[in-house]
Design a protein around this ligand. Structure first.
Ligand SMILES: [Zn+2]
Length: 281
């Protein structure tokens, strides 16, 4: 049994403190990126089929754009350093730094011991959405990716087109790694276009129909050479369920854009993190 202390209200009334004030975080040069974006040309287009994933590579200093086509659809994005699969997107620290959802100006950070920006959001047509009355917002770094293990725990059965499996197959196909070798490289995602939040009363993770419509896109500047994989989630717009073939699903388009020659001036990819890794010994 837990007993409520006499000063419970006073303890609850303590105002919160932001864990990571980001004033000292190295800021992206958005003016430079936007100028480079203005003259950028599409050099490759890749499509993630419904309930499947596609891989793509983006050289450092290029852009990639994920677009809704045909119908509302949510995507699960993984990013790796194209030259080193052990450096990959760190959803948890990105969330700690930028909050539960990302938009223009926010960055996708890599895991320890790297912890540097992998990509910067340069345009988000859903930036207008903000935070709705339920606490929901778009492009979350909360969720982990739908996966067949959680599905098996909760519902039983074998479902093979969860984002986790789609990403595993895409990485395997791209690298030549076996499925068993590729799977441990698949990691927590950026939920592109997904509208999520936490319920105020029970603190549970919720999803709701994505506000994305064909023509909407989110665009990124690649800070380092990237290998990406994007799964068109079997949940479709995630208005009801995932981990099944029930929802209406649509493809997602990925465009790779190259800026005009010289548009980035003296820009250089971010250096490795400055911590010396001696860990006190
Ligand atoms: Zn999914």
């Amino acid at each position: 049994m837990c007993t409520t202390p006499d000063d419970a209200d006073a303890r609850r009334a303590i105002p919160p403190v932001i864990c990571y004030p980001v004033e000292t975080l190295p800021q992206p040069d958005m003016a430079l990126y936007l100028a480079a974006r203005a003259g950028a040309k599409v050099i490759e287009t890749v499509t993630a089929a419904p309930r499947d994933a596609a891989s793509f590579t983006v050289p450092a200093g290029h852009f990639f754009r994920i677009s809704s086509v045909q119908g509302p659809q949510v995507g699960d994005l993984n990013l790796w350093n194209a030259n080193d699969l052990t450096e990959r997107f760190f959803s948890g620290k990105t969330r700690a730094l930028h909050g539960t959802h990302v938009t223009t100006g926010d960055r996708l950070w890599s895991n320890l011991p790297h912890l540097r920006p992998m990509a910067t959001v340069t345009h988000d047509t859903l930036g207008w959405y903000g935070i709705d009355q339920f606490g929901g917002s778009v492009h979350d770094v909360i969720g982990t990716r739908c996966d067949p293990y959680t599905h098996n725990l909760l519902s039983g059965g074998q479902y093979h087109h969860c984002c986790h499996s789609n990403l595993t197959r895409a990485l395997s196909d791209h690298t030549g790694l076996s499925l068993a070798e590729a799977e441990p490289h698949v990691h927590d995602v950026l939920n592109v276009f997904m509208c999520t939040g936490f319920t105020r009363d029970t603190g549970q993770y919720f999803m709701k129909a994505s506000p994305v419509r064909p023509g909407d896109y989110i665009e990124f500047f690649a800070e380092i050479d990237l290998l990406g994989a994007l799964s068109a989630c079997p949940g479709g717009d995630c208005s009801s369920e995932h981990s099944s073939d029930t929802a209406a699903c649509y493809p997602l388009q990925i465009d790779i854009l190259r800026p005009a020659e010289g548009a980035l001036g003296t820009w250089q990819p971010p250096a490795a993190n400055g911590y010396d890794r001696s860990h006190g010994r």
